[in-house]
Design a protein around this ligand. Structure first.
Ligand code: NAD
Ligand code: WQD
Length: 345
């Protein structure tokens, strides 16, 4: 822990779902943290939640990462960073199909600005939020980091593939730069304190927020998208990773670069549990651990969904020394506690 003293991490997009949880874990591990976010998909109350959990103020700058002058002036010139974690992106897959330019502009430009300023200010380490979406539907499972990427079937997914490539080429050209891309599988849950969690805007596209809102009576029923897949119960298989476990993966990734343990200057790690869980299993487990019904019906397949995907976590286990620890039932309890907290139930 003491080796992290006085090391400062810029958490770009740090007011969001994964960023807030990561800020908490970084601070718990002894890092100083600065959160930069334009609040396009988050709220200042999330930063307050982080401060409540860690029991101290956390520097926050409201800034658009695509505004390089503001980012330089308000963030990079004001603090001396050792590392950046880049979460700042739009993430709604469906919206990205309808508005591709919005996604290419924001997700790519924010990364380009951050990398340019890292070069300008000699900031050596970046962790990037990538996604299992880069694999599409792998032919063999589990997906390892060597599994070939397939052309993403959404502009959102394409921005993740392009961002990985941009980082790889930038690292190759800048000798002091190191990067780790973490390919997240399906992040779910909330902090056990119920003080931070996911704040979806409008009707949730993702499964767990839809489940919690249905359990809370905000949605009438959950549609299970397809029960005729080639899976044990016919519903899709995913690898659901607890957001606190995921947050810890960012801390060990930063540790690895700060402590000079990277074996390559650009590395990629899958971050998942390695365990496939079906949609129907997840719904039943939620009902069981929380003692609340989730009305649901079988609906047609959702266009664009992959049938099944889960992670090989061998590399994260052996190289990062990280593994998922939280029990899925506890994760679903935390998701429900967070929904009740924000609804005042
Ligand atoms: P989120 O929307 O909760 O957080 C992203 C944050 O970035 C938000 O607070 C938003 O206001 C901010 N932001 C967006 N554009 C910005 C900009 N130009 N300048 C400054 N701030 C900006 O999303 P999340 O679930 O926390 O995801 C974080 C990252 O992880 C994203 O890059 C996302 O693509 C990636 N990811 C998420 C998932 C998932 O299922 N949640 C899975 C894989 C990868
Ligand atoms: C999970 C499963 C649905 C909602 C998405 C992005 C991916 C990554 C993570 C960012 C699927 C089913 C869902 C519902 C359902 N994000 N489902 N009823 O699609 O695996 O991944 O989030 O990088 O890029 O695509 O996650 O939570 O939407 O769906 O039956 O109302 O739940 O069909 O099988 P997905 P999800």
């Amino acid at each position: 822990m003491s080796s992290n003293k006085n090391k400062t991490v810029l958490v770009a997009g740090g007011a969001g779902y994964i960023g807030t949880h990561t800020a908490v874990e970084l601070i718990n591990a002894g890092y100083d943290v600065v959160i930069a976010d334009n609040l396009s998909n988050s709220d200042l109350s999330a930063v307050k939640g982080v401060e409540q959990i860690v029991g101290r103020p956390v520097p926050f700058v409201q800034v658009d990462c695509c505004d390089i002058d503001a980012l330089r002036r308000e963030v990079f010139a004001r603090y001396a960073f050792d590392s950046v974690i880049h979460f700042a992106a739009y993430k709604a897959v469906g919206e990205s199909v309808a508005e591709p330019l919005k996604y290419f502009r924001n997700n790519l430009d924010s990364l380009l600005c951050v990398l340019s300023l890292m070069k300008e200010f000699d900031v050596p380490n970046i962790v990037f939020s990538s996604s299992a979406t880069v694999y599409g539907q792998p032919e063999t499972l589990p997906a390892t980091e060597q599994t070939p990427r397939q052309r993403a079937n959404s502009p959102y997914g394409l921005t993740k593939q392009m961002s990985e490539d941009i980082i790889q080429d930038t690292v190759a050209a800048i000798p002091f730069l190191k990067a780790i891309a973490l390919r997240y599988f399906n992040p779910i849950g909330a902090h056990p304190s119920a003080l931070i969690g996911e704040l979806p805007k409008g009707v949730p596209a993702n499964l767990v927020p839809f489940i919690t809102q249905t359990a809370a009576g905000i949605r009438k029923e959950l549609s299970v998208f397809g029960d005729d897949y080639d899976t044990p119960d016919g519903s899709c298989l995913r690898d659901y990773i607890d957001v606190v476990d995921l947050a810890r993966a960012h801390v060990v990734a930063v540790d690895r670069m700060v402590q000079g343990r990277s074996t390559e200057r650009y590395e990629i790690f899958n971050i998942g549990t390695g365990k496939p869980v079906s949609v129907l299993e997840l719904v039943r487990l939620f009902e069981q651990v929380n003692g609340v019904p989730v009305p649901h019906k079988i609906a047609p397949r959702r266009p664009g969904d992959v049938e099944k995907i889960w992670a090989s976590t061998d590399l994260a286990n052996s190289e990062l020394g990280w593994r998922a620890e939280r029990d899925l039932g506890d994760t679903l309890r935390a998701a429900w506690a967070w929904e009740k907290h924000i609804r005042g139930l």
